[in-house]
Design a protein around this ligand. Structure first.
Ligand code: GUN
Length: 305
């Protein structure tokens, strides 16, 4: 017998992001009112990929809206790894810069791992430096990649029980799959990580109370992969015939899942919001801003709630 259809909440990631950004804007305004400079994010774009250019514009616009500064550094497609690292080094030494984000993907010949290692770990708002990845593994404080942080906020906002839940993560990237698995495990979920070699992927997914799809395979997750009542998080974005689609066939999840994130206005706005949060955290942890004593983390409780 097919399961009873259920009420599915299609997550409004933009509404949640707007709510959190308001709290971040208030926190920044308090710093400025106390005589400190606002936090500053530096974004680095190598090459001229239109999608990447549009993403970094969105990130800078988001900074401006919460009262943060941003600076942009562009390098040509022909830039060498050494040239990219030189720019990163300059930003590391710039006391007016709190966060550094090098937009991915990078052109051939520029290794993302070498660039991630070059970023000062205290300014690593992408959470990709091996030191921050290690802190996450060890459960110590550090900067955590933005998309996994955004996913945790969504689960928390919708009161999805994590303790003892079976979470299945499809994809094992350093920026989403691995860190979200660690965060879910830290929240006492039992985590299964799946990837391209997983046997009976559909069967494993059907056991999930929480299903995170982050592989970039269009509409991989279909109705019969979803356990009734599961929370389904779609991180994938792929282009199919000029249209953007996610890793989840959202329409087919409606009526089965408890919540599902749409591929637009789902996880995306939360990723940018967590970038702002990480920039504020980096600013505070570094004691930046220009007036010691004014920089406390007393706003964190409100910004993080
Ligand atoms: N390209 C796509 N997503 C991301 C991200 O989260 N960080 C960086 N640096 N580049 C990206």
């Amino acid at each position: 017998m097919p399961p009873e259809p259920r009420q599915t909440v299609v997550v409004d990631g933009l509404a949640l992001a707007t709510e959190i950004r308001q709290r971040l804007a208030d926190a920044v305004a308090r710093q400025v009112a106390a005589g400190c400079r606002p936090p500053c994010l530096a974004v680095v774009l190598v090459g001229n990929d239109p999608a990447s250019a549009s993403y970094i514009k969105g990130k800078q616009r988001a900074c401006g809206r919460v009262g943060m500064d941003s600076v942009e550094h562009r390098l040509p497609d022909s830039a060498s790894e050494t040239e990219v690292i030189e720019v990163v080094d300059r930003l590391n030494r710039d006391a007016g810069v709190d966060g550094i984000l090098v937009q991915l993907p990078l052109p051939k010949g520029v290794r993302p791992t070498a660039v991630a290692e070059a970023v000062d770990p205290t300014k690593d708002v992408d959470g990709l430096h091996p030191m921050n990845a290690g802190y996450l593994l060890l459960g110590q404080p550090g900067l955590v990649p933005c998309t996994p942080l955004g996913i945790m906020k969504i689960l928390e906002h919708h009161a999805i029980p994590l303790e003892g839940a079976h979470a299945v993560v499809i994809g094992r990237s350093a920026i989403v799959g691995k860190p979200i698995a660690l965060l879910l495990q830290r929240a006492n979920a039992t985590v299964t990580m799946c990837h391209s070699r997983t046997r009976d992927l559909a069967g494993v997914c059907r056991e999930a109370d929480i299903l995170v799809a982050a592989v970039g395979v269009p509409r991989l997750v279909k109705a019969d992969w979803i356990q009734p009542g599961a929370a389904v998080i779609d991180v994938g974005v792929s282009e199919v015939n000029g249209a953007l689609v996610g890793d989840v066939d959202t329409e087919s999840a409606v009526g089965i899942a408890s919540i599902v994130t749409p591929h637009r206005r789902g996880v995306g706005p939360m990723t940018i919001t967590m970038l702002l949060q990480n920039t504020l955290d980096a600013y505070r942890r570094r004691g930046a801003g220009g007036r010691s004593g004014a920089l406390t983390s007393d706003d964190d409780a409100s910004a993080r709630s």
